[in-house]
Design a protein around this ligand. Structure first.
Ligand SMILES: Cc1cc2nc3c(=O)[nH]c(=O)nc-3n(C[C@H](O)[C@H](O)[C@H](O)COP(=O)(O)OP(=O)(O)OC[C@H]3O[C@@H](n4cnc5c(N)ncnc54)[C@H](O)[C@@H]3O)c2cc1C
Length: 395
């Protein structure tokens, strides 16, 4: 059943086993996993798809392992992702270069759309341009969600809801704490000519005002993504001005075309959210808490949490045993928060000129120090759901 704009009518095809809010990597993977387990899944996205996303677009070893695990190892190549070979780190004119580990840079617009297409192929129903909001819980066997899109409003019911809404506000039943002085995220795609060596490198420019990552996500397309201080941004007067300054002061040449870049931004990045599980509802990905992205692990965390949550929701759908659920939430927090803590320690240290300079000096003198760090970032989260869903094999 279609309405006037060619979209399926919101009332069509219910009732749902699971409604997933947010069609980023977390939401799309969770929805696909559940559809493969023969659940009736509705995926709701507030923006029209494909949509851009503030991100550096680098899939590290951990993210690539999750794609392997769910049978989507082909996706980065299908999205014309660029395999990176080296990482060039710059601070106060000193540049060090080392092997980047297993890393592919992708356009988030393309990658996220490809994940949504995979979810649809598995049987997921998608409503984009639709805002979803969890309705306050009643201790019943269903959860209700309020859906709004231009010209249409309705309430749908599902046995469970997965919230994968990124850095937006969590439901009112959750406590949401922003870290003081948290940086904000900005990014833009810049058209620029690159030689082969430039295309194969991830550039990271560091300063006390923030850090900027640059990686090729297409033949002539460079993703410039940064976490920056709001204070420095207000003083610089323009995003392009601040980003150019951070890049130049660190020791790189700012790419041509940066001045005219079309920047998108995020709210403050570092936040914690509790609880992660409500009655018949689970938060995953960035909506379950986030730290600044210096280590570039967010997509991997989001996808891994989706795989774990999908298996868990599938097991608990009929019973939703409060004790089992609370225990799962504890294990989830331990696994994800441990990685968050490590990333947060790195980003805190980066704000000190002395620590950044000492770390760069050490990496310059002993480049072999980088290998164990890269290796540990590439390790996937340890699985913590007792009966994972069977992997689905892609093309
Ligand atoms: C500057 C910057 C650089 C980064 N670089 C990297 C990197 O190189 N590598 C890496 O791995 N990670 C990186 N990250 C982190 C990464 O972008 C996120 O961790 C990842 O996108 C999280 O995925 P998600 O699915 O949880 O959320 P998102 O990708 O944010 O998806 C959430 C979706 O939910 C939708 N939504 C929100 N509210 C609603 C609602 N009420 N109803 C319906 N839909 C809704 C949004 O429109 C969005 O599409 C970076 C982040 C920043 C800010």
């Amino acid at each position: 059943m279609n309405d006037g704009d060619g979209q399926p009518d919101l009332s069509s095809r219910g009732p749902w086993d699971v409604v997933v809010l947010g069609a980023g990597p977390a939401g799309a993977i969770a929805a696909r996993q559940l559809a493969h387990a023969r659940r009736r899944v509705l995926l709701v996205e507030k923006h029209p798809l494909p949509r851009p996303k503030v991100c550096g677009g680098c899939l590290g070893g951990a993210a690539l392992s999750v794609l392997d695990q769910v049978g989507l190892a082909h996706l980065p190549r299908q999205c014309r992702g660029v395999s990176l070979l080296t990482m060039r780190l710059a601070n106060r004119g000193r540049v060090v270069e080392f092997c980047s580990g297993r890393r592919i840079a992708v356009s988030r617009e393309r990658f996220d759309q490809a994940l949504v297409e995979e979810a649809k192929s598995a049987g997921v129903t998608l409503f984009d341009q639709t805002m979803g909001e969890l309705i306050a819980a009643s201790e019943s066997s269903v959860r209700r969600v309020h859906l709004v899109r231009p010209g249409q409003v309705m309430i749908v019911e599902a046995k469970a809801v997965i919230l994968a809404t990124g850095l937006g506000w969590p439901p009112s039943a959750c406590n949401h704490a922003l870290a003081p002085n948290s940086f904000i995220g900005v990014s833009a795609i810049v058209e620029v000519a690159m030689n082969r060596a430039q295309k194969k490198s991830l550039f990271m420019a560091c300063s006390h005002e923030g850090y900027v990552g640059m990686a090729a996500v297409g033949e002539h397309l460079l993703d410039v993504a940064a976490a920056i201080s709001t204070h420095a941004l207000a003083q610089a007067g323009s995003t392009s001005g601040l980003i150019s300054r951070i890049i130049r002061d660190a020791g790189f040449e700012p790419p041509a075309g940066l001045e005219a870049a079309n920047w998108r931004g995020t709210p403050p990045l570092t936040r914690s959210v509790r609880p992660l599980v409500l009655h018949r509802a689970v938060l995953i990905g960035d909506s379950a808490g986030y730290v600044e992205p210096f280590t570039g692990e967010g997509i991997g965390w989001a996808m891994q949490s989706a795989v774990e949550a999908a298996a868990f929701v599938h097991q608990q759908l009929e019973t939703w045993d409060a004790n089992v659920v609370a225990n799962w939430a504890r294990r989830y927090e331990m696994a994800v928060r441990r990685r968050h803590r490590r990333c947060r320690a790195v980003t805190r240290a980066l704000r000190s000129d002395a620590i950044r300079s000492a770390a760069m000096w050490a990496l310059d003198k002993l480049p072999a120090l980088a290998a164990p760090i890269v290796h540990s970032l590439d390790r996937p989260l340890r699985p913590f759901t007792t009966s994972p869903l069977e992997p689905q094999h892609g093309r």
